[in-house]
Design a protein around this ligand. Structure first.
Ligand code: AMP
Ligand code: TRP
Length: 328
């Protein structure tokens, strides 16, 4: 039997090249080897205020982005989180065995809630429990994610281990798959921070749907470090980040990348990087437009059904183990 993968992204903002290189690219690379579930996590999205019309649109757009990235619906299960109500149900159960202190330590909550903790939603605080439910419902072996989700995965493992200890073997303990290169693509404007959907400065991120002109301008304006050498160097995060993007898209080795730019300056490097990104995104952007609404609806409906079949089994087992009985 194949091992299982589960991963997801939120249908908020615009997906950027960091989301692709840190997560989606690996989903596609692993999907044949594993039985894969890729979820559009719309219930996570509402932990911050969303405009309902926009959320609706972004949910379907994200399905198109999964498909255009190469997630193959013949091979993988693509579905919308809210279509499988077991996610919300298991979240409640797990929230009863998760400790306040564990959630208090989550750095993403500290970052997102820092402006006004009093007014941050309870949902934002318990967000990692919903993520744990997503993963554990499918008896997931491997979770391909970027660096920023590592702590949430560790919490998921802790919750699963606690449940198994208290109620008997129920959940598979998942492992994170964090790529050795590309797990944290940095902002082009502030290369100390990760590239982010919610960055106020749109120049910091190359969005997957940016047009060629915009991409070229953003890369031209990307900040650089002191020094002129085009080489991988952790102590020069700006050039290191740009070269990482170049390397992942061209599939060249570190040595090949450095040799290629050995005699060249930043101007030439940025021109080539911009061309590489534009050429990479061109077929992707064409593919995004390919799927019509009815085709998409069918993929998502089939996906939800497949997901539900697995999720129901796990939830039934959880209820039985905990003595939650009714007349169902
Ligand atoms: P999100 O859009 O926040 O739901 O993220 C979807 C996936 O992209 C998650 O696995 C993240 O860890 C990953 N991701 C987000 N930002 C970056 C980044 N700057 N570099 C690499 N991976 C990222
Ligand atoms: N929290 C993740 C993010 O913001 C998205 C997510 C939700 C997820 N559920 C998941 C990722 C389960 C992997 C597995 O990026």
């Amino acid at each position: 039997m194949k091992k299982r993968i589960f991963s997801g992204a939120q249908p908020t903002g615009n997906l950027h090249i960091g989301n692709y290189l840190g997560a989606l690219k690996n989903w596609v690379a692993l999907q044949e080897e594993y039985e894969s579930f890729f979820c559009i996590v719309n219930l996570h999205a509402i932990t911050l205020p969303q405009n309902p019309e926009i959320l609706k649109q972004k949910t379907l757009d994200l399905a198109r982005i999964y498909l255009a990235s190469g997630v193959n619906p013949q091979v993988s299960t693509i579905f919308i989180q809210s279509d499988v109500s077991e996610h919300a149900e298991l979240t409640w159960i797990l929230s009863c065995i998760t400790r306040m202190g564990e959630l208090e330590r989550m750095t993403q909550f500290k970052d997102k809630g820092k402006d006004n903790r009093e007014r941050a939603s309870v949902g934002l605080f318990t967000y990692p429990v919903l993520m744990a439910a997503d993963i554990l419902l499918y008896q997931t072996d491997l979770v391909p994610i970027g660096q920023d989700q590592k702590q949430h995965l560790e919490l998921t493992r802790d919750i699963a281990e606690r449940f198994n200890r208290d109620f008997g073997a129920t959940f598979t303990i998942p492992e994170a798959f964090i790529p050795p290169v590309g797990a944290k693509i940095l902002s082009l404007q502030e290369p100390t921070k990760k590239m982010s959907k919610s960055d106020d400065n749109a120049n910091g991120s190359v969005f997957l749907l940016d047009d060629a002109d915009t991409i070229t301008k953003k890369i031209r304006r990307a900040v650089t470090d002191s020094g002129t050498e085009i080489s991988f160097d952790e102590s020069r995060p700006a050039i290191n980040n740009l070269l990482t993007i170049y390397q992942l898209l061209t599939k060249k080795s570190t040595e090949e990348c450095e040799a290629h730019f050995a005699e060249k300056g930043y101007g030439q490097f940025k021109t080539e990087l911009a061309e590489t990104v534009v050429e990479f995104l061109r077929p992707f952007q064409e593919k995004v437009k390919e799927f019509d609404d009815s085709e998409l609806q069918k993929i998502l409906k089939d996906g939800a059904e497949k997901a539900r079949n697995v999720a129901t089994e796990t939830l039934k087992d959880v209820y039985a183990k905990m003595g939650i009985v009714g007349t169902r």
